[in-house]
Ligand binder design. Structure first.
Ligand SMILES: Cc1cc2nc3c(=O)[nH]c(=O)nc-3n(C[C@H](O)[C@H](O)[C@H](O)COP(=O)(O)OP(=O)(O)OC[C@H]3O[C@@H](n4cnc5c(N)ncnc54)[C@H](O)[C@@H]3O)c2cc1C
Length: 456
């Protein structure tokens, strides 16, 4: 292939970029894949391999009635290179799909190198071309120069460098014998109040703060705290503005009661009084079945979060769909910036995929890579986009990142809470998960055109 024959450029040979390149090349595009390693590396990668798994070697559950297992099955039915490579390089891990990471990378690299429509270049992408289709999939540790270029294109306030993620719980696990709906001073949009409030007595508050102050924390690595040069810290992307609750509590035991847990304007309807402190929960998805703990970004160990946040009155039985965490993570504020086809709205020939596009977890990254590759091919061939059904996990992720509330956007991984509700949901959680999976796979099977299925 000569320089002029390429019809698509993919930035980043990680999970999303490799899947995207493969999908696009299978649809006849001539793909140039740029990967900056090994010449220039990130603080988490240790090899020059494509599709390097930077941490765990597990791609999550292989069971279809688990969120990441369902996503895997969907991707398999859409001929995913990375899921197939994972199966070929799997190691025993119970119900999870874990891999030999070197073998996994080799499988992916070999398939891409041998593909007649793909050429791999080991060089850093430094800017986003004004013309010519591109998929940007440079991940959570995107190089500083490209981060600056993305920031220039999306706006300083729309590129984040740290995840300060607050935990998310399911609505049906909140105890409404204690918790109540209200907005501060009744100023919310809905009559009942936009927030769910968990009221603390003075004693409850100080035992909670004591537990927070003495809880075990996860250590932050250098790359997790270091911000690259050449980019500016914008909205919400620096520590002082989003301190972990345990740090706030450690500075002063009263800090939370005067900060994220201040009770003013939040009278408890049962006592008719203002509680000593209040933890607020804010709706996290359109369906309204997930709520995040407002201002509760944290870096505690997951087991500590489960133990301590269940001390919150009303959250004794909380089911966590995501725990809080803090780490270096470059991602765009996707809602409003990209559409459901993963195109940058103001520059439709630029597609975003992987962690940079606001999804999380190995499977979510592979999935958006697959969607970006398929969509870029449709765009370049002038064909209609394939509508990933909204009942599928991939479809729901695409809807979430393009339609969530941009004011509070945080990356999302596969979970059943983002799927449209079932018509007649069974009471048992396990049964519900099964029905979600059946509905998703039926919907995918009935809408997939033949050319998107793996050849036997
Ligand atoms: C330290 C860390 C640990 C994680 N652990 C897990 C985990 O255990 N489980 C899990 O599910 N998720 C984990 N994640 C989250 C996420 O799933 C992974 O980071 C995943 O690899 C992201 O996929 P991606 O394709 O978006 O980016 P990556 O897989 O990181 O791929 C991006 C690629 O782009 C390259 N690149 C960057 N800048 C440029 C440039 N300018 N030009 C060319 N190439 C460039 C990088 O070298 C890299 O190869 C972790 C993230 C981090 C940061």
């Amino acid at each position: 292939m000569t320089e002029n024959s390429f019809t698509l450029t993919v930035f980043g040979g990680g999970l999303a970029g490799c899947e995207a390149a493969w999908q696009a090349a299978n649809r006849g595009l001539k793909v140039r894949l740029l990967e900056m390693r090994p010449g220039k590396t990130t603080a988490a990668h240790t090899t020059g391999n494509l599709a390097e798994l930077v941490c765990s070697n597990s791609l999550g559950s292989a069971l279809q009635d688990r969120a990441s297992g369902l996503l895997k099955e969907e991707l398999k039915r859409m001929n995913s290179l990375l899921v197939s490579a994972a199966e070929k390089s799997s190691v025993p891990a119970g119900n999870a799909l874990a891999v030999d990471r070197m073998m996994f990378s080799q499988e992916v690299e070999r398939a891409l190198e041998q593909h007649a429509n793909i050429r791999i270049f080991r060089q850093e992408a430094q800017s986003i071309p004004e013309t010519g289709p591109v998929i940007v999939a440079t991940g959570p540790l995107t190089s500083s120069r490209l981060s600056a270029a993305i920031q220039a294109l999306t706006g300083e306030e729309n590129l984040f460098f740290f995840d300060a993620i607050a935990p998310i719980v399911t609505l049906d696990s909140i105890n409404f014998e204690i918790a109540y709906k209200a907005s501060r001073y009744g100023r919310g949009e809905s009559e009942a109040g936009d927030y769910i409030n968990c009221p603390f007595t003075k004693e409850e508050y100080f035992s909670f703060v004591d537990a927070l102050r003495s809880a075990e924390r996860k250590e932050l690595q250098q790359f997790e705290t270091g911000i690259d040069q050449g980019v500016t810290a914008g909205k919400g992307n620096f520590f002082e503005g989003c301190l972990p609750v345990e740090i706030l509590a450690g500075r002063d035991p009263n800090a939370l009661a005067f900060g994220p847990m201040r009770p003013v304007g939040l009278i408890d309807p049962r006592s008719g009084k203002r509680p000593f402190a209040v933890l607020q929960l804010r709706q996290d998805n359109l369906a309204g079945n997930l709520y995040n703990l407002v201002g509760f970004q944290t870096n505690l160990l997951y087991k500590e979060q489960e133990r301590i946040f269940r001390m919150i009155p009303g959250l004794e039985n909380a089911q966590f769909v995501r725990f809080g965490q803090m780490h270096r993570n470059t991602y765009i504020s996707a809602p409003g910036l990209i559409n459901r086809n993963l195109q940058l709205i103001r520059r439709p020939q630029a597609f975003f995929a992987g962690q940079l596009s606001g999804v999380e977890g190995y499977m979510g990254n592979i999935a958006t890579g697959l969607a970006a590759g398929i969509n870029a091919a449709a765009f370049i061939h002038g064909k209609p986009f394939f509508e990933f059904p909204s009942e599928t996990m991939l479809g729901a992720l695409l809807t979430y990142i393009s339609h969530a509330d941009p004011r509070h956007f945080q990356p999302m991984k596969a979970n059943f809470g983002i799927l449209p509700p079932l018509e007649n949901p069974p009471r048992s959680k396990q049964e519900r998960a099964k029905q979600y999976a059946i509905r998703s796979l039926n919907s995918l099977d009935s809408s997939l055109p033949d050319e998107m299925r793996p050849s036997l």
